[in-house]
Design a protein around this ligand. Sequence first.
Ligand code: COS
Length: 380
Amino acid sequence: MNFELTEEHKMIRDAARDFAQTELLPGVIERDENQTFPTEQIKKLGELGFMGMMVSPKYGGAGMDTISYILAMEEISKVDASCSVVMSVNNSLVCWGLETFGNEEQKEKYLKPLASGEMIGAFCLSEPEAGSDATSQQTTAIDKGDHYLLNGTKNWITNGSSASVYLVIAQTDLEKGHKGINAFIIEKDMHGFVVGAKENKLGIRGSDTHSLMFTDVKVPKENRIGEDGFGFKFAMKTLSGGRIGIAAQALGIASGAYELALKYSKERKAFGTEICNHQAIAFKLADMITEITAARHLVMKCAWDKDQGNNYDVSSAMAKLYASKVAMEQTVEAVQIHGGNGFVKEYHVERLMRDAKITQIYEGTSEIQKIVISRSVIKG
Ligand code: COS
């Protein structure tokens, strides 16, 4: 076992930290307030290689490992979780899915611009009636010979309007159940594809979340990913990796709030001393750093599993379940340590608390993670 980061890992973490402080911190409160998408910031993340971190340089990516990816995700999420969700979806759902399961033509045409940050991608599984119950897809893609005809609605899609390329899951053959589901690459300008209204959200307000409508969209046959009927497995396998990204996001939200709370507690005075000298606050800090360290170990372990080629379906579910719980609980504590100041926007912790909630919901709710983990332990 080796708990040390390599020099390269440290460099990537520090580059992400610098970027977050210089490029993301200024304006983060306003972007949250006005629900402004971080267009310029995402462009710069692309130039740094952070939009296709794990993609091979052959396809315009940075060729880094999963540990590097989660280190960068944590640092970006400490400051701007709206920005990090855009990065996470593009990296671990869209780019990874295309690089692992796409064919050579699909990689040349779509992966290259996505990995270089020239384009943004979206992953479209959820529907009004199919969130956790992902096999109940109502969106249909009927085989018409040289193309599929796509009809249906997708909900809560991250990068809904900012994306140019959408990976859409749809039912091709109802009788075959989940084995009749396929994944397709959809371009924004395909006829019959409409981006719906933007959601007005509790947290990650800088990211754009939309519903998407497909009416008789003609999807060329060559835009199907993998063999006929591979769509559900594609979604499940891709989400396992996505959950590592969201676990790292949750870790970053928690550690960002902790760092702010620690600093504040060393400056703010009450009853004649800095509040960190009061046991009530000192013990909160002790609990926070302990929980965050435990979450970091789970996230690191599962990233390591992925880099080693081990199965990470369960370790990513555990990492996301635990890190998102820590994010929710410890951001509440960070607000508490800040007292009245924690309740106002200028101190950043209220935003982190609002941002934390979604990490227990998207890419599989905490309850879904418990299904994945419990089925695995019972099966043995
Ligand atoms: N990798 C590969 N295949 C997987 C898999 C994985 N991680 N998880 C499930 N599968 C396969 C199963 O092996 C099964 O295939 P076979 O019939 O060939 O064995 C198939 O997928 C169906 O699996 P299962 O029977 O377990 O389906 P369930 O309907 O019980 O659902 C859960 C399984 C709940 C785990 C799944 O629906 C899920 O993850 N839901 C949450 C989806 C989600 O994250 N939504 C958020 C949207 S993205 S923001």
